[in-house]
Write a protein that binds this ligand. Structure first.
Ligand SMILES: Nc1ncnc2c1ncn2[C@@H]1O[C@H](COP(=O)(O)OP(=O)(O)OP(=O)(O)O)[C@@H](O)[C@H]1O
Ligand code: SF4
Ligand SMILES: [Mg+2]
Length: 348
């Protein structure tokens, strides 16, 4: 159990999380396969920390976020979820959210909020900005008076850099960046400990992305909450995260501090992902450009052993035997490949 008084406190611990979506076919709609969207993922998020989660489309990032807020059973009835999502209270009490009923999960909905990718479809177009921001407050703090709710909405609008007069307007009157600020105000309304940010800036113009990221960073510092920040773009994740986890085909393949992962990536997949970042950073040690070849498997038909072996430039016959475990490397980061070492070129 954690000591809640240090800054290294664990807030959330995801342990061997597996999420399999059944695939049905034929006249009797029998189950013929599983989409192994998340296949044994473990990580922790500390209080006040941003953990970046990156990887290609379909690797399971959104599914991890949905598992954390325990909504998968509503999104996809029949889904098989196993493992643990342990939530640590400040007093040290630990609760596995995955074991909670919908009713008992309600108390945690205010502690863990979500910001979505598409600010154009994630806000209810028929509600005013005030109603959008006030909704979580009214659910979780039903005793607040109308005046108190109003004060909170005005305060939240100011916190995200919007004028209080905007409260009476509707989402269609705003730009993408402003809508995302409204989404952030809504998420903040219950003063959560953790916000899951699922590609919060991917749909925004590049010029607006930095403003929203800076705002999110400022709010995290002010409120001391944590973020699970999901994105494709490693350079975006690098700027906002203290640590980064890299996912490939339902598994975490590398997890370390942002500097470790970004400047000195070690897993063959992370190296390839980073070599695709268009503007090479002079400080980055991996100068060679790695073009991945080979079949891109699907989570319905994962290769045996290491999931990356069909594309890995240094794969060996033994890589087909068993999935590699996350191994602690010389600088403390975890890498799911026994054939690479920190700071060494691949394949030596
Ligand atoms: N409700 C569902 N039913 C069946 N399969 C699903 C469901 N949700 C996700 N999947 C599958 O699980 C895998 C992981 O999907 P997920 O959306 O988590 O990936 P992602 O990393 O968020 O991708 P993207 O970057 O495109 O958002 C994909 O193969 C996807 O098709
Ligand atoms: S275990 Fe084998 S296939 Fe997987 S990343 Fe390492 S070398 Fe490549
Ligand atoms: Mg996604």
């Amino acid at each position: 159990m954690s000591n809640a008084k240090t800054s290294n406190d664990v807030l959330l611990e995801v342990k061997d999380l597996k999420v399999y979506f059944p695939v049905h076919a034929g006249v009797f709609q029998r189950k013929v396969a599983d989409v192994k969207a998340v296949d044994g993922v473990s990580f922790t998020i500390k209080r006040g920390e941003t953990l970046g989660l990156v990887g290609e489309s379909g690797c399971g990032k959104t599914t991890v976020g949905r598992a954390v807020i325990n909504v998968l059973r509503h999104v996809s009835p029949g889904v098989h979820v196993s493992g643990e999502v342990n939530y640590y209270e400040k007093d040290g009490t630990v609760t596995n959210l995955l074991a909670l009923s919908t009713k008992n999960m309600r108390a945690y909905r205010s502690k863990i909020q979500m910001i979505f990718q598409d600010p154009f479809s994630s806000l209810n177009a028929r509600l005013s900005v005030k109603q959008i921001i006030a909704e979580p407050l009214e659910i979780h703090q039903p005793n607040l008076s109308a005046a108190e709710v109003n004060d909170q909405v005005v305060w939240l609008l100011e916190k995200v850099g919007l004028q209080p007069e905007y409260a009476a307007r509707f989402p269609h009157e705003f730009s993408g960046g402003q809508r995302q600020r409204i989404g952030i105000a809504r998420a903040l309304s219950t003063k959560p400990d953790l916000i899951i940010c699922d590609e919060p800036v991917s749909a925004l113009d590049v010029s607006v992305q930095a403003q929203v990221i800076n705002l999110m960073e400022k709010l995290r510092e002010e409120f001391g909450m944590s973020y699970l920040f999901v994105a494709h773009d490693l350079s975006v994740v690098y700027h906002i995260s203290q640590r980064i986890a890299v996912m490939y085909l339902g598994n975490v393949v590398e997890i370390g501090t942002s500097d470790q992962v970004y400047f000195n990536s070690t897993h063959p997949y992370t190296r390839a992902l980073l070599s695709a970042v268009p503007v090479p950073d002079p400080e980055r040690k991996d100068k060679q450009r790695i073009v991945l070849q080979g079949d891109i498997p699907t989570p319905m038909n994962k290769p045996s052993g290491c999931g990356f072996r069909t594309r890995c430039p240094i794969a060996k016959p033994s890589c087909a035997d068993a999935p590699p475990l996350l191994d602690t490397k010389s600088d403390g980061r975890l890498v799911a490949c026994p054939y690479v070492q920190v700071g060494e070129p691949m394949g030596v």
